[in-house]
Design a protein around this ligand. Structure first.
Ligand code: HEM
Length: 482
């Protein structure tokens, strides 16, 4: 298996060094971003991004990648801008300034938008600060490294295979929808057990809650958040929240009676004897884990599939690895190398979380730029990931950048950084290549004819339009059986 993998990776490398270019890939890259020709050097004061508030605001809400591409070209990696939700903020993708934010104590996580507080409550990890946050981070991160999270992966592979088998070979389908269903079931299975995940009721409760605030307007525009009965969007969201919380409370009671090795049992055991912990802390923590992870990973996987299928050589290497993995491996994530690199490179080009947010807790400096206490600073994933002095040909999709465990500290952070790094990171970095390998080993696919993957906002995430549309390749057996 190894030699086949090595020869494919070599072919890919040769291809990138050579002059051969793939038309579809070039079209995709033009669509997603303009190549930054040069980046302006850092200045003592941050330039302000030009453009009227209304135009910039609309652009930010509909196509933040477009706005950031323009900023990269016109003002560089660090600038000030006034934008909806964020207000007046200092953006930076400069690795040196980012390292100052990561290593120093002058910046704290910004306050999450008020709608998120209303939806999630104020007790879960993402809402906490200081020592309470640090202690909770440790506790929740341990769940994703624990046995329940690992044990669910073979079940997830089987669920993915079944979902692919259920597809109609004559119709196109949304990759996002397919993987989102499996990812939701997987987090349900990890939290509550496989038996619960197999009941449609649990899935329906979470999906309903998520759909009730699908429109970003409800999240961002406060006056729309009035509960005037079940017909109003906010009223619906609040009712769906109550139903989901009642379901979580039921699961807490059951897991307290019998330790069935789930993440919820682990959480209950870890919090037992802690006087400042109540069942409502468990409810809100579980609620936030149910809501955060699967949508984010689904959007990231939709992008990864778009990037892989936009270059025939990358697809060929990816399909080869997926088939070898299915035939010769015990379906372990460690037996994949090319697909994890594809996922990492895709998250570099199209980070689904475009930026983090931090607030200065003292008067300070970022490089030579003065920052006043209370100022909003935006460590910008998208800008940092397209910095040509770190990533040569930054708009090209080159998975080999991430082969052999190569890291780009301070310049690559799709999962955030420091004490606020995403707790789901180790879990999804195993999950995503496994699911993509399963999909590629189960069906012969292609991007749907005429489909163009414009970046589109899905609440706070940026995903490819329609969640990336795929169709089956015309062949005797569209369900791959090599
Ligand atoms: C590809 C998938 C994912 C991406 C790209 C992603 C990205 C991120 C980012 C950028 C942050 C913010 C870090 C910061 O503010 O500095 C974050 C935080 C967080 N993520 Fe993820 N995430 C993913 C999957 C997941 C999953 C699967 C879960 C759990 C089921 C999860 C749970 C969380 C939580 C609870 C936080 C808050 C951490 C804290 O405030 O300390 N994420 N994630």
């Amino acid at each position: 298996m190894r030699w086949a993998k090595v020869s494919f990776v070599r072919r890919i490398k040769k291809r990138w060094r050579g002059e051969v270019r793939d038309v579809r890939r070039d079209e995709l890259m033009n669509l997603i971003a303009a190549q930054p020709a040069h980046i302006k050097p850092r200045a003592a004061s941050a330039p302000r991004l030009a453009g009227g508030l209304v135009r910039r605001g609309a652009q930010w809400l509909t196509n933040p990648y477009g706005l950031l591409d323009e900023a990269l070209q016109s003002v560089g990696l660090t600038f000030r801008a006034r934008l909806p939700v964020l207000g007046d903020a200092l953006f930076t993708g400069d690795p040196e300034l980012l390292r100052t934010i990561i290593t120093g104590r002058d910046f704290d996580a910004g306050t999450p938008i008020s709608a998120l507080r209303a939806l999630l409550g104020s007790r879960s990890l993402i809402m906490l600060h200081g020592e309470r946050h640090a202690a909770r981070q440790q506790m929740v991160a341990a769940l994703f490294r624990g046995p329940a999270a690992q044990a669910v992966l073979p079940w997830m592979i089987e669920q993915t295979r079944r979902e692919v088998q259920r597809l109609d070979v004559h119709k196109s389908f949304s990759a996002y929808d397919l993987v989102q269903r499996v990812l939701l079931r997987t987090i349900l299975a990890a939290l509550f057990g496989v038996a619960v995940a197999e009941q449609a009721e649990a899935e329906r409760l979470v999906q309903r809650f998520l759909h009730s605030f699908r429109s970003p307007l409800v999240l961002f525009i406060k006056p729309l958040r009035f509960d005037v009965g079940p017909l109003s969007p906010w009223g619906r969201a609040m009712r769906n929240r109550r139903k989901l919380c009642a379901f979580i409370r039921q699961q807490i009671d059951q897991n307290r009676r019998v330790d069935n090795g789930t993440m919820l049992s682990q959480l209950l055991a870890a919090s037992a004897g802690n006087d400042s912990w109540s069942d409502e802390d468990t409810v809100e923590e579980v609620l936030s884990l149910l809501l955060f992870g699967h949508d984010t990973a689904a959007a990231a996987m939709a992008w990864a599939l778009v990037h892989i299928f936009s270059d025939p050589a990358v697809v060929a290497a990816a399909e080869q690895e997926a088939h070898d993995w299915r035939r010769h491996s015990a379906l372990e994530p460690e037996d994949l190398t090319w697909l994890p690199a594809c996922v990492q490179e895709s998250m570099r080009l199209c980070p689904v979380v475009v930026h983090l947010s931090r607030r200065a807790v003292v008067d300070t400096q970022l490089g030579e730029i003065p920052v006043t206490r209370g100022d909003m600073v935006i460590p910008c994933t998208y800008l940092a990931h397209r910095n040509p002095s770190v990533f040569t040909e930054p708009v090209a999709f080159r998975p080999e950048r991430f082969l052999n465990g190569r890291r780009y500290d301070g310049a690559y952070f799709p999962f955030g950084f420091g004490g606020r790094t995403c707790v789901g990171k180790p879990f999804v970095l195993r999950q995503m290549p496994l699911m993509i390998a399963t999909i590629l080993a189960s069906a012969r696919l292609q991007l749907a004819a005429g489909y163009t993957p414009q970046p589109t906002r899905r609440m706070v995430l940026i995903a490819p339009r329609s969640g990336a549309l795929f169709s089956f390749r015309r062949s005797a057996d569209p369900f791959a059986k090599r």
